[in-house]
Structure formats: structure tokens, C-alpha cells
Design a protein around this ligand. Structure first.
Ligand SMILES: Cc1cc2nc3c(=O)[nH]c(=O)nc-3n(C[C@H](O)[C@H](O)[C@H](O)COP(=O)(O)OP(=O)(O)OC[C@H]3O[C@@H](n4cnc5c(N)ncnc54)[C@H](O)[C@@H]3O)c2cc1C
Length: 471
């Protein structure tokens, strides 16, 4: 076949770094379009760990159905990211998410509806969100990776496990291949193009400290925790610009998840915190809880001590909002062994928690008064959104919080075809990137989350077509 860029091999040789959804969608589609594809995956195991294998499986865009009109999706992305998402990525993903997901179905990947909500219309099957804790074998993300790998191999491609990519080869400003380490040895692959898809930098404490949190060791890995920022480093060395490095995607977890695997990745404390208040040891509110769980996770991660807060709520919240959403805190937190502190008065609750009782009493009084007067947005910090409930009815409860990181939102700058961009906006020939090692789409002042699976699959699906389309 003839490609739309100068190639040294026929068929074009393609090397892919990382075997998650971003790497495997690109690999399987590039092989389908005639490329000779090798995927380098650092994991040794047949079922190597990665976030795709652990995923909940919902293809959505800002919790909208991917089949909604592209302009509705684009507007939702703009609102959720407070204008941060690049026009190019927004337009590409809003228009093509549905096509990428349909293509997955043509590959034999099963999708299902899991409820009437817009975001539940395209879930990987079989579903994984059936009980708290981590359950992935034979579930949606695992089956997706097994299917794409089978298809890749049927088209002459290969996946090399235990191969960590360590260097890019470049010549005259273009990427010409890569070097990897396997079994203590180094080897190179010459390629007409390289796709970087290593999943982000959530497992790199130095990078987290540089960009996200003063105390990253006090953030819980809420995913596979295998991505160490290698792709970002390699792309930067090749001249790439980075975007949006300061935000993460994750959720609020009960602190007991530090040592109890029944308590992560679910249940999450987001709705509980969105109905009650999050306070520090002085009993002071720390953030606008109305901006959602991903925002609060980022806010906690930025504190000097990310494990220094609790969510305080009352009986009405526990019996109301705490019972909503997927695998909610009530009943799954106590059922899974998580601690809910309870007391007949706020004073006793503060004593149990070791926080300042007078400070907590003052905060709750001001918060309740603002809610009843409709002045919550004038509180400091303000309280926005419609989820706030007063804290009035004993018993009073609290859960100690910690931020859980699933993936980092920032990374390599790309365009809507997945081409890696320099600071001046020019693409680096021969170099593509997709998935959670890329930036410029999710984030912004409110840490807006759009959807990890949809962004990863759509850009990879587009990138393969762009790279391999006949000239
Ligand atoms: C519990 C959980 C629930 C989730 N639920 C949802 C959901 O419902 N909807 C949604 O949209 N998103 C969800 N996500 C997020 C989604 O799963 C991720 O955004 C997506 O899977 C990321 O894909 P990726 O290919 O970028 O990274 P990954 O799947 O993490 O793959 C990256 C791969 O690169 C490999 N790698 C790293 N470094 C190297 C190297 N140097 N050389 C070679 N290989 C390397 C890693 O080993 C890994 O296999 C969830 C995630 C988790 C953990």
C-alpha cells in the first residue's frame, strides 16, 4: 500500500508503546489498514495489568451518550473543562466517538446498556461494576484487550510482552523508531511511525510531586499504577510540547483503602462529599464541594497533607444522597469494612475524629444558615451546585478521606489525528500519541473529566486512519 507520508518500508512498519486501549485500538486498526505492527508492552504477564484491564467500561463524553449530536457533546466538553479542551481535540472526539465505538463492535467487542441514564448506553460487556473492590478477569476491559490482540495477530501484527520502551530514534527531525529493554537486553525497531500510549504518569512519584501534589505518596493508586511517564519524557526529548500537567482523574476514597483492597476502586465518597462538607483538622471547609468528586480529589491532592480531611454529614444525607450512584457509600462502605464514625452530637463526633470541636460547630452553623438563606455561594470557600444538604439530624457521621488517582489528565500535546506537536504547533513527523499520556483535552480550572476510554479509543482510531490512508 501507499501511505500519505514518506515510508521506508512496504508495508509501513509501525511500533506502538503500550498495550492498553489506546495502543491496541491503534495497533489493530493500523494492521487492518495494511501496516506491519509491533506493540511493545512492559508488562510480563499474559494478562498484564493496565487501567484498560481494570476499567469500569463506560464509553461516554461528560456523562452524555456518545450518540448525541456532535455539537451537544462539544458544548458539554467545553463546559466541563471550562474552555480548557483544545478545539481540535474537542471537534474530533465529539464527532468521531460514535464511529470509533462502532468500529470496536465490528472487531467483536461486546457492548451493552446498563441503565436508562445517558452515560450507561455503551458499556463494555460483561460489566465490571457489580460489587466493591477490583474485579476484572473476564470483564469488559479485559475482554476488549484479548479481542484486539487476537485481531492484531490474525492480521500479522505482534505484541511483545516484557518490553519497556526506553528511547526514541530520530533523524532529521522525524521519529524513525524506538529502543526497548527486554530481559536485561536492549534492542531497536526501525519504524515509519511510532505511537506512544503508555497511559500517563500516575505511578511516577517525582513527576506527581513536580506537577500535582506536595505529598504524592499519600495519594492512593486507584488503578493499575503501572504508568511512569516514560512516553511524556521521550516525547519531550523529541521536541514535543506538554499540556495540562496539573490535573488528575480520580475519586475520593475512604482512608481505610490504604490497606484494605475491598475499598478501592469502589465505593467512592464523591456523592457523600457533594451533599455534606469536607473539613480539615481545624473543622474548616477547604473547597467548593459542589464542583464534584474529581475536582475535590484534585483539591485534596494539592493539600500539604492529602489525608488531612474528613467528610461530615448527618442521618438524612446518609439515608439520601449517600445511597445514590454506582456502588454508593451506603451500604457498600460499611459492608466492605470501611469506617463510618458516628456520634449523637457534633461535639462528640469532633472528639472521635480528633478535630477542633468549636471550629466544626462554627462551620456547620454557618453552612446550614447559608443554605437556608440561599447564600451558599457567598460562603468562603463558596458552595455551588444543587447537591448541598444541611447537617441537622443526629446521628452525625464522618468518613476520613484520601484522594484516589486513576490517571493523570495532562501530557503530550497532540492534534485531532494524534500527531505529536511541538510548542509552535507543528507536528513531529513519524510520531503519534494517544490515551492518558496525552494532554490538552481534560482538565482546566475545575479539573474537568470527559471520559478516559472514549478519548483514548477515538484518537487512536483516527490516528491509524490518518497515518495509513492511501495518498
Ligand atoms: C477502576 C477504573 C475504572 C474506570 N472506569 C472508566 C469508565 O467507566 N469509563 C471511562 O471512560 N474510563 C474509565 N477508566 C479510565 C480508563 O480505563 C482509562 O482512561 C484507559 O483505559 C486508559 O487507556 P491507556 O491505553 O491510555 O492506558 P493503559 O490502559 O493504562 O495502558 C498503558 C499501557 O502502557 C504500558 N506501558 C507503560 N510504560 C511503558 C513502557 N515504557 N514501555 C512499554 N509499555 C509501557 C503499561 O504497562 C500499560 O499496559 C477507569 C479506570 C479505572 C482504573
Amino acid at each position: 500500500m501507499k501511505a500519505s507520508y514518506p515510508v521506508r518500508h512496504a508495508p509501513p512498519h509501525i511500533a506502538v508503546m503500550g498495550g492498553g486501549i489506546a495502543g491496541m485500538v491503534f495497533a489493530a486498526r493500523a494492521a487492518e489498514l495494511g501496516g506491519k505492527v509491533t506493540v511493545l508492552e512492559q508488562g510480563d504477564d499474559e494478562l498484564y495489568r493496565c487501567n484498560t484491564r481494570y476499567t469500569g467500561g463506560a464509553f461516554h463524553l461528560c456523562f452524555h451518550d456518545i450518540d448525541e449530536p456532535a455539537e451537544v457533546l462539544a458544548a458539554a466538553i467545553k463546559t466541563s473543562t471550562a474552555g480548557f479542551a483544545s478545539e481540535a481535540l474537542t471537534g474530533a472526539i465529539a464527532a468521531d466517538a460514535r464511529h470509533a465505538v462502532r468500529w470496536l463492535q465490528t472487531q467483536g467487542i461486546r457492548l451493552m446498556k446498563t441503565g436508562p441514564d445517558a452515560w450507561r448506553q455503551h458499556f463494555l460487556a460483561p460489566p465490571s461494576l457489580m460489587q466493591p473492590g477490583l474485579h476484572w478477569q473476564g470483564r469488559g476491559g479485559d475482554m476488549l484487550l484479548r479481542t484486539l490482540r487476537r485481531n492484531l495477530e490474525a492480521r500479522g501484527g505482534s505484541l511483545l510482552r516484557g518490553a519497556r520502551v526506553v528511547r526514541l530514534l530520530t533523524a532529521e527531525g522525524r521519529c524513525t523508531g524506538l529502543e526497548y529493554e527486554r530481559g536485561g537486553r536492549r534492542a531497536t525497531i526501525e519504524a515509519d511511525l511510532v505511537m506512544l500510549a503508555d497511559g500517563g504518569f500516575q505511578a511516577n512519584l517525582d513527576m506527581l510531586r513536580q506537577y500535582v501534589s506536595p505529598a504524592p505518596e499519600r495519594i492512593k493508586q486507584r488503578g493499575a499504577g503501572v504508568s511512569r511517564g516514560d512516553a511524556i519524557r521521550l516525547a519531550e526529548e523529541a521536541g514535543a510540547a506538554l499540556a495540562g500537567m496539573e490535573n488528575i482523574y480520580g475519586h475520593l476514597l475512604c482512608q481505610d483503602a490504604r490497606h484494605d483492597d475491598r475499598l478501592w476502586p469502589y465505593p467512592i465518597m464523591d456523592l457523600l462529599a457533594g451533599a455534606g462538607i469536607v473539613v480539615d483538622r481545624a473543622g474548616r471547609r477547604m473547597m467548593d464541594e459542589g464542583l464534584g468528586g474529581v475536582y475535590m480529589t484534585n483539591a485534596l491532592a494539592r493539600l500539604a497533607d492529602p489525608q488531612g480531611t474528613v467528610v461530615v454529614f448527618d442521618r438524612a444525607i446518609w439515608e439520601g444522597p449517600a445511597t445514590e450512584f454506582i456502588l454508593p457509600a451506603n451500604p457498600y462502605l460499611p459492608l466492605s469494612g470501611g469506617t463510618v464514625e458516628s456520634a449523637g452530637s457534633l461535639q462528640d463526633l469532633a472528639t472521635r475524629l480528633g478535630i477542633d470541636a468549636a471550629g466544626l460547630a462554627h462551620t456547620v452553623k454557618a453552612y446550614n444558615a447559608a443554605l437556608s438563606q440561599g447564600t451558599a455561594s457567598a460562603l468562603s470557600p463558596p458552595r455551588t451546585g444543587g447537591g448541598a444538604r444541611p447537617i441537622l439530624h443526629a446521628p452525625y457521621h464522618a468518613v476520613r478521606l484520601m484522594p484516589g488517582i486513576t490517571f493523570t489528565m495532562g501530557g503530550i500535546s497532540i492534534d485531532g489525528h494524534g500527531r505529536v506537536l511541538r510548542a509552535d504547533g507543528a507536528p513531529i513527523p513519524g510520531l503519534y500519541a494517544a490515551g492518558c499520556c496525552t494532554g490538552g483535552f481534560e482538565g482546566g480550572v475545575h479539573s474537568g473529566y470527559v471520559g478516559g476510554l472514549t478519548k483514548s479509543a477515538t484518537i487512536s482510531w483516527r490516528a491509524a486512519a490518518h497515518a495509513l490512508k492511501p495518498a
